[in-house]
Design a protein around this ligand. Structure first.
Ligand code: RFL
Ligand code: PHB
Length: 391
């Protein structure tokens, strides 16, 4: 098989890239190792930055997002039994975020691609990217038990943190930067209306808790847990009890509503950046190139920024013959990536309690949070980063 752009992975990065290229009249083939139900059900991100929601609308896949997405104009910070609301549009000149699950973004993009009749192969596992440094890169893959080759003009590795594309960039040309955090994140979904109408980020003496949502009737919540914790190690009762403790405030009117937990999983927390994000005609996008801890809600949004940048650059190159934007792809993306890395790290270390944290560490965190409630400059920095850096 031959195509212009071979896309490895049908997560949000690969699927949106396929859509953007389709809109620009550029042929592509998407290879995805899993089956469609798996890709459509995998529970992950839930917060879309302003720029991400706008990019989905501009790509023509915003209709259900506009009907069902929940636009949020603030987040709440909790610490020391106090609560503080951060008013996002007041601090950023109108920017907001939208609660719309990654599962729904993927469903919308898959439906659009299939309706267009554009090639999307499920259960097609890329085995290797070959000849990335030449003008005829190829993807070797296995589909329905048979090995095949996809000949491409360009390959974009959107195959996530555990994909194969990164390995096609020679180690001698590569630098990776990594930090693993000494805790994990236990996430649950529960069939109960969210107890607050905006997201709540809480720093407790026993660790971090986050109250989020997927819809007006589904709560999503996270707890900091010791690294290596298994999801089954906590009973549902224990999870609610711990959320209750960490979200506690002076306000007697506050109550955490409990309901049946329908999913629970633990994610290790790490920061990781692979540089460069390009080698010859192979480009990396999304989690294939960088990972952030979930605290800043940046992973999905970074993936969208990368593929918007790539689609613009390739379109300009094919239209005008000028490769300048393609040549700048890695540097352009990495600037934004490092801002998101910095913000996710700052949010994580501000709100999580490390094992062995001292009284001094606690006081520094509380002073940081207190600063956010008393300085418009500090709060503006948070609001700008949370609603997203420009693409
Ligand atoms: P994905 O979504 O991992 O998709 C990669 C796809 O590639 C496929 N694949 C292959 N296909 C073919 N051949 C191979 N050899 C392949 N190897 C892998 C995989 O099956 C998969 O379908 O990467 P992508 O597209 O870069 O998207 C990144 C996002 O998924 C990720 O950054 C976010 O989910 C991170 N994240 C969050 N991001 C946010 O912006 N806001 C959030 O609120 C947020 N919350 C989260 C999160 C991630 C979480 N977990 C589980 C990691 C909450 C959690 C719990
Ligand atoms: C989520 O709803 O999954 C979510 C929200 C905010 C975050 C991380 C995850 O910071």
């Amino acid at each position: 098989m031959r195509t212009t752009v071979g896309i490895i992975g049908a997560g949000p990065a690969g699927l949106l890239l396929g859509r953007l290229l389709q809109n620009a009249g550029i042929r592509s083939v998407v290879l995805e190792s899993r089956d469609r139900p798996y890709v459509e059900r995998r529970q992950r991100a839930g917060i879309l930055e302003q720029g991400t929601a706008d990019a989905l609308r501009a790509a023509g896949v915003g209709a259900r997002l506009d009907r069902e997405g929940l636009e949020h104009t603030g987040i709440e910070l909790r610490f020391d039994r106090r609560r503080h609301r951060v008013d996002l549009p007041a601090l950023t000149g109108s920017r907001t975020v939208t609660v719309y699950a990654q599962t729904e973004v993927c469903k919308d993009l898959i439906a659009a691609r299939l309706a267009d009749g554009a090639p999307l192969l499920f259960e097609a596992q890329a085995l290797a990217v070959e000849d990335a440094g030449t003008d005829r890169p190829r993807v070797r893959y296995r589909h329905r038990g048979r090995e095949a080759v996809l000949d491409c003009d360009y390959v974009v590795g959107c195959d996530g943190f555990r994909g194969v594309s990164r390995a096609a960039i020679p180690a001698a040309l590569t630098r990776t930067y990594e930090r693993t955090y000494p805790y994990g994140s236990l996430g649950i979904l529960a069939d109960v209306a969210p107890s607050h109408d905006e997201l709540v980020y809480a720093r407790g003496d026993r660790g971090f808790a986050l109250l989020s949502m997927r819809s007006p009737s589904v709560t999503r919540a996270y707890l900091q847990v010791p690294a290596g914790t298994e999801a089954g190690a906590w009973s549902h009762e224990e999870i609610w009890d711990e959320l209750d403790r960490r979200l506690e405030v002076e306000d007697p009117a506050w109550r955490l509503a409990r309901g049946p937990v329908t999913a629970a999983s633990v994610t290790p927390m790490r920061s990781h950046v692979h540089e460069p994000m390009r080698h010859g005609r192979l480009f990396l996008a999304g989690d294939a190139a960088h990972i952030v801890p979930p605290t800043g809600a940046k992973g999905l949004n970074l993936a969208v920024g990368d593929v918007v940048t790539f689609a613009r650059a390739l379109t300009a190159h094919l239209d005008t013959g000028d490769p300048a934007l393609l040549d700048a792809y890695s540097a352009t993306c990495l600037r934004r990536v490092w801002q998101a890395e910095r913000f996710s790290y700052a949010m994580t270390t501000l709100l999580h309690r490390a094992p062995g944290a001292t009284g001094f560490d606690d006081r520094i965190q509380l002073a940081g949070l207190d600063r956010l409630t008393t300085s418009r400059a500090a709060e503006t920095e948070l609001a700008e980063a949370y609603t997203g850096f420009p693409f």
